[in-house]
Structure formats: C-alpha cells, structure tokens
Design a protein around this ligand. Structure first.
Ligand SMILES: [Zn+2]
Length: 88
C-alpha cells in the first residue's frame, strides 16, 4: 500500500506529462467509484486505489486528468487514453 503523499506526487507527475493542472487532489474513501472530477478542476481518488497495481492506478489517474480537458469519452479522449497508458 502506498502513502497518500506518494500517490499525490504520482498524480502531479502525470498531470505535468499530460499538460493539465488540477486545482486540488484529494484521496478519500469512496463506495462506488475509483475517482471523480469536478468541473472546477478538483480531483478525488478512492483510498482503495493506493493498494492497486501500478497499471490500474495509472489508468484511473490518466482517465481523470484527461477529463480536465475533455468532459466526455469522445474520440480524442480515447485516443489520448491509449497514448498515455502505453507510455511509461
Ligand atoms: Zn470518465
């Protein structure tokens, strides 16, 4: 299980790579989702994500960060998802 601070650092690293700037990054217990993203740029991740394998964490992080740029799961969103989750 990784630390919250370490996880937030990971999120910020991805944000830089993608070129978005989340206003706030939060980690808390969530019942039904892995993460959420507000229209104001506030990202919330499930605490359970901290014990998930890196590939899955990356998938969820990149997904939420891309929502800061694209609100839906359109063509661009899906294309960039592919690019970033392959790129290590
Ligand atoms: Zn989504």
């Amino acid at each position: 299980m990784m630390e919250v601070a370490e996880f937030k650092k990971e999120v910020r690293r991805w944000a830089e790579k993608i070129g978005v700037s989340p206003k706030e990054i939060h980690v808390r217990r969530m019942r039904r989702k892995w993460a959420s993203c507000s229209s104001k740029g506030r990202l919330t991740f499930s605490y359970d994500l901290l014990s998930q394998p890196e590939d899955f964490r990356t998938y969820v992080i990149v997904h939420e960060l891309l929502h800061l740029r694209y609100p839906n799961h359109g063509k661009m969103f899906r294309a960039l998802m592919k690019v970033y989750t392959k790129l290590r």
